[in-house]
Design a protein around this ligand. Structure first.
Ligand code: C2E
Ligand code: MG
Ligand code: MG
Ligand code: MG
Length: 272
């Protein structure tokens, strides 16, 4: 296509690709420096039950950039994954998450909270992953049962046996697993049954229009039913209105996360 339009088109593509590559490499350099300067931190978003009681939280990484301000993960996780920086970043996230759990353990009001951490495919596939998680837990002296790792369907599609073995090794110590953004990937039911999971998270893309789009409603209800059949907790993500919560609750969902209950915020905000 580009070729048939002639030489200039090709040059144009080269230039825009070059620009994208430059931007990526600038971001990589910046991230490397940011990691050195301790600019990454965690925000926490609560997960609540049907009564509104806090069950725990999800840790969401942020970059407190000296010029750009608070940068959301959507703007740097992709580059971190492409450059391998996700490995040191992921280790930092685990360390911070375990520190936070140790902090909650000191406080009667939140000692029972679980904390969910997002894990990228590249981190999970790293041969040292299981040990790194166990080390982070041991170092902070945290009960592994308080930690939940969020994996995605696409991550689990490759090397299924290897994934299951890693999950089982961590689960044997008490670590729990959630399948994030569920419904957006391609897992088959027979395969889902084999994974040692504790929780499914209904993707916020289905929750958004759950009241107006019958297809989204059907998918949300199917995930809730599937969770029940497989004995898994189901969390609805991205719940923004009371009407969405009511619909999901009526259809059997018992756990919720979303702006209706609280935005991601520093740990201090979560405590009250
Ligand atoms: P996710 O794990 O599915 O996290 C949920 C995202 O939805 C978060 O965006 C959260 O702020 C947002 N959200 C929560 N409630 C609502 C709501 O009611 N409405 C709407 N519109 N959005 C809501 P965030 O923090 O920007 O994170 C985006 C994604 O970046 C996460 O999606 C996750 O895939 C990834 N991510 C975040 N932190 C980490 C991390 O530490 N490690 C890795 N590997 N990935 C991370
Ligand atoms: Mg998540
Ligand atoms: Mg999600
Ligand atoms: Mg997501």
């Amino acid at each position: 296509q580009a070729k048939s339009r002639g030489r200039n088109t090709l040059c144009f593509f080269d230039a825009s690709m070059q620009a994208a590559a430059n931007a990526r490499s600038a971001l990589e350099t910046d991230m490397r420096a940011g990691l050195q300067r301790d600019e990454f931190l965690l925000h926490y978003q609560r997960v609540v039950d049907a009564q509104g009681a806090v069950l725990g939280a999800e840790a969401l990484v942020r970059w407190q950039h000296p010029q750009r301000g608070m940068v959301p993960p959507g703007e740097f996780i992709g580059v971190a994954e492409q450059t391998g920086l996700i490995l040191p970043l992921g280790q930092l996230v685990l360390r911070l998450a375990c520190q936070q759990l140790a902090c909650w353990a000191q406080d009667k009001a939140c000692a029972h909270w679980t904390l969910a951490v997002n894990v990228s495919a590249q981190e999970f596939r790293h041969p040292g992953f299981v040990q790194q998680v166990l080390d982070a837990l041991a170092h902070a002296q945290v009960d592994p049962r308080q930690l939940k790792l969020e994996l995605t369907e696409s991550l689990l599609l490759h090397d299924v046996e290897e994934c299951i073995a890693k999950m089982q090794a961590l689960r044997a110590k008490g670590v729990r697993f959630a399948l994030d953004d569920f419904g957006t990937g391609y897992s088959s039911l027979s395969y889902l049954k084999r994974l040692p999971l504790d929780q499914l998270k209904i993707d916020q893309g289905f929750v958004r229009d759950v009241l107006t789009d019958p297809n989204d409603a059907a998918i949300a209800c199917t995930v809730i039913g599937l969770g029940r059949s497989l004995g898994l907790d189901v969390v609805a993500e991205g719940v923004e209105t009371a009407a969405q919560r009511t619909f999901l609750l009526r259809n059997g969902c018992q756990r919720f996360q979303g702006y209706l209950f609280g935005r991601p915020a520093p740990a201090a905000a979560l405590r009250d």
